[in-house]
Design a binder for this molecule. Structure first.
Ligand code: MCN
Ligand code: MO
Length: 743
């Protein structure tokens, strides 16, 4: 059996030896693109003069919006699930600024030349005449609508919905106490190792697009719609992708401009974002919850009400709607709360647009509810564990429907809390920290609990092909880009087919190879894609049994399969090997051995408790010394991969809680570079301990897996901030906490 084992990742050799192929490594003859970007966050474009730029030797073309417009049939829109005009006010985004810029860094013109260097020179020679308009940087300012960012919308408020769940009036009536809270997640930059990139080749009326993406099939559909061409004329290939963290489920105007240019020129055109372009391309989070909590003196949290304000930046990206629409639904978390009412608003500001980032709304919701639990504990002089014990949904209430109608599928939240606190030695650590503080050290211990939603349906694709040699190709709708989920999929297939894993190859991410795909995001691949591969494997085995029955002159009902042999259960000496069946699948009567599956499925809810130890030095600089996790993620397919996710997400949680902030100044300019936007390195990484429950509560996907890809970044910030409070005796309600607030 492979499932449950820490099998080494199948394709790591090429990565560790530098032989992987990212978009920028694609070797084809192509022109290079670069962008003229607005220095102002809000301005009218009075004129653009490209004459000097065109004189630079090696420059092939400089296009503005007017040049590309005839090719563009529709703008970049939002995720169709959310595209309800009664809910969202937005303007489909154009590939280049049209008459006006709305954030500093917005692309105004595309410059195309024979190499990067001439392009760089020519960018400086494009003369754009701007008329500055007042920037709108703060969310509160945007709400006032004094300066309107998208004139046609007549307001900066893109979304304004009140989410009412349960009976909030009643909850506040019954309260012994009402506690005010204000909780903020500041703006972050996902920062994958590989920046965004695209190569677009237009040949004989068809487009081939190599694209650093998490969603090649969605990209194909979107590009087909934007350019008004049949999707069959577009092939999107996802090469090796060096990380994405949700930010590459998003289509950029730059990418549409590159494709448009390749069509116009009938040539291949490529673009790879520079680091500073990448910082502008994917920004994330930034929201504030302001409200109050109704509690009983015994620690029962009865109700939560308040206002959520979300910063969208200048345009609505494909995935930005998730924030205002999902955060409220997940605020109740694993707790049984009588009533929750949240007015959720999202506003445009003249800042870089927001996309999704690891956890996409669940980190925000979890930070809100976990901060609430700890604040209530402090106000009522209760312990962090006690307050959670009091409010967790009980196992006999599962499946539980939360006030907003989300159905939590399975789990025993209380048992996990009790076991986790012991396993992670929470109270022992608390005691140790207290002793250390007496000696003058500023150390503290914190915990938080989470419930997340993952394994999103409604379906995923899987295909299995057994060739005439008996070797197996798995074509998955998953699109792994660093997680190693392809290895987990191979493990599941190897177990189902009972063959050696070395005979299996897993491929993905090419719209002309993979029939259909939703992709990898929302921690769904171990649940959805691995399950689709599993079900397709079972179908293949049935086919092989039919072939075996033919070869053994038996009825198919008589055939059993075990470890590479098909045999007649009435007479076990009558058997035929896997390889013989495979060969006969091609040279016999059947027409090949393969199965394609679209497997439907639904969301699942992993949960867990995490603990951190934080120390602050004399300068107020915090460090997370230890980070410990205890999670129920359903069946664990590969503990090493799952643990790796806790480590990666945990390090990003350290960054979000303590170091990372995309600071925008009052003119709307992003003021940070990687010199001061501080991503934790190995030096700042804590020591990790990660455990998964022994008897998991499985999901309804056939693998029984729930997700783990985002867990540590979902709960981590709340855990780390709680430890920081323990170390300093102060209260912190926003991320990141800066040294000046700590001292
Ligand atoms: N796993 C497992 N058993 C389970 C659940 C998961 O063994 N019960 C393993 C899987 O085999 C896989 C990993 O854990 O190797 C994560 O699986 P899963 O939770 O299904 O998440 P996905 O494969 O769908 O990955 C998406 C997730 C998301 S949403 C973000 S954001 C994120 C993350 O993965 N982005 C990443 N981790 C990342 N890791 C890397 N290196 N790069 C990114 O961009
Ligand atoms: Mo994600």
């Amino acid at each position: 059996r492979y499932v449950g084992q820490a099998v080494k990742r199948l394709y790591d050799d090429k990565f560790v030896t530098g032989k992987s192929t990212y978009v920028d490594d694609i070797q084809i003859s192509a022109l290079y693109a670069g962008f003229v970007r607005s220095p102002y966050s809000h301005a009218k474009i009075k004129s653009i003069d490209v004459t000097d730029a065109l004189k630079v030797p090696g420059i092939v073309a400089v296009y503005t919006y007017k040049d590309l417009a005839p090719l563009i049939k529709d703008g970049i829109r939002i995720w169709t699930t959310y595209e309800d005009p009664r809910m969202w006010k937005f303007v489909p985004r154009k590939p280049l600024a049209d008459g006006k810029v709305r954030f500093a860094g917005e692309p105004v013109a595309i410059v195309i030349g024979v190499n990067k260097y001439v392009v760089r020179d020519a960018i400086d020679k494009v003369n754009v005449d701007y008329e500055k308009l007042p920037p709108v940087v703060k969310m509160e300012e945007a709400l006032e609508d004094k300066v309107i960012i998208h004139e046609e919308l007549k307001t900066n408020v893109a979304f304004d919905q009140t989410f009412n769940g349960g009976n909030v009036e009643e909850a506040f009536k019954q309260a012994d106490k009402v506690i005010p809270v204000e909780i903020t997640n500041n703006r972050l930059i996902p920062s994958p190792m590989e920046p965004r990139g695209i190569v677009s080749r237009y040949e004989g009326g068809t487009l081939t697009i190599w694209y650093s993406t998490q969603v090649p099939h969605l990209a194909r559909s979107e590009f087909a719609r934007i350019f008004g061409v049949p999707a069959s004329k577009i092939r999107v290939i996802m090469p090796d992708v060096g990380g994405a963290f949700g930010s590459k489920v998003n289509f950029m105007p730059e990418e549409v401009s590159v494709i448009a240019s390749s069509i116009k020129l009938g040539r291949a055109v490529r673009w790879t974002a520079t680091r500073s372009e990448e910082m502008l391309a994917s920004e994330a989070r930034h929201n504030t919850f302001k409200g109050e909590v109704a509690v009983k003196n015994d620690g029962t949290v009865l109700g939560i009400r308040g206002d959520l304000l979300v910063d969208l930046g200048a345009y609505l990206t494909l995935t930005a709607p998730l924030q205002p629409a999902i955060i409220p639904l997940m605020v109740p978390g694993p707790y049984k709360i009588k009533g929750v009412s949240i007015r959720s608003r999202a506003v445009y500001t003249t800042t870089p647009p927001i996309t999704m980032y690891r956890g996409a709304s669940r980190p925000e919701a979890t930070f809100i509810i976990e901060r609430i639990m700890s604040i209530v504990a402090d106000e009522l002089k209760l312990d962090d564990v006690t307050i959670r014990e009091r409010n967790l949904v009980r196992a006999n209430e599962m499946p539980y429907t939360n006030p907003f109608g989300l159905k939590y599928d399975s789990g025993d939240y209380l048992a996990l809390l009790k076991d986790g606190i012991q396993k992670l030695q929470y109270y022992e650590l608390k005691k140790w920290a207290e002793e250390e503080r007496k000696k003058g050290r500023k150390v503290g211990v914190g915990m938080a609990y989470y419930l997340e939603i993952s394994g999103f349906g409604p379906w995923e694709f899987g295909e299995i092909r057994v060739d005439e040699n008996g070797d197996v190709l798995v074509i998955t709708g998953g699109t792994p880009h660093g997680q190693g989920t392809e290895t987990a999929i191979a493990q599941v297939v190897a177990d189902t087919l009972q063959i050696d894993i070395s005979r299996i190859k897993v491929i993905w991410g090419d719209t002309e190879t993979v029939v259909a795909s939703m992709g990898t995001y929302g921690s769904r691949t171990a649940a959805a894609a691995a399950s689709a591969a599993m079900v397709a494997s079972k179908e293949v085995l049935e086919k092989m049994k039919r072939i075996a029955a033919g070869l053994l002159n038996a009825d198919v009902e008589e055939i059993e399969y075990e470890s590479g042999e098909f045999y007649n259960k009435k007479d076990k000496s009558k058997k035929v090997s896997w390889n013989d069946v495979a060969r006969n699948g091609y040279y016999g009567k059947e027409l090949g051995i393969s199965a394609q599956i679209i497997l439907p499925g639904d969301v699942t809810f992993p949960y867990g408790v995490h603990v951190a130890v934080v120390e602050v030095d004399d300068y107020g600089i915090p460090r997370v010394l230890t980070y410990k996790a205890y999670d129920d993620i359903g069946n664990v397919i590969n503990p090493a991969l799952a643990e790796g996710q806790i480590h990666g997400g945990g390090v990003q949680a350290v960054g979000q809680a303590l170091y990372e902030e995309a600071i925008i100044n009052e003119d709307g300019q992003l003021t940070v570079t990687y010199a001061d936007y501080f991503i934790p390195t190995a030096v700042e990484a804590p020591k990790f301990e990660s455990y998964f429950v022994e008897k998991p509560h499985t999901s309804t996907w056939p693998t029984g897996a729930k997700g783990v890809g985002e867990a540590a970044l979902i709960v981590g910030p709340a855990v780390i901030i709680r430890a920081l409070e323990d170390a300093t005796g102060k209260r912190f309600t926003k991320t990141p906490v800066r040294p000046e607030e700590i001292l």
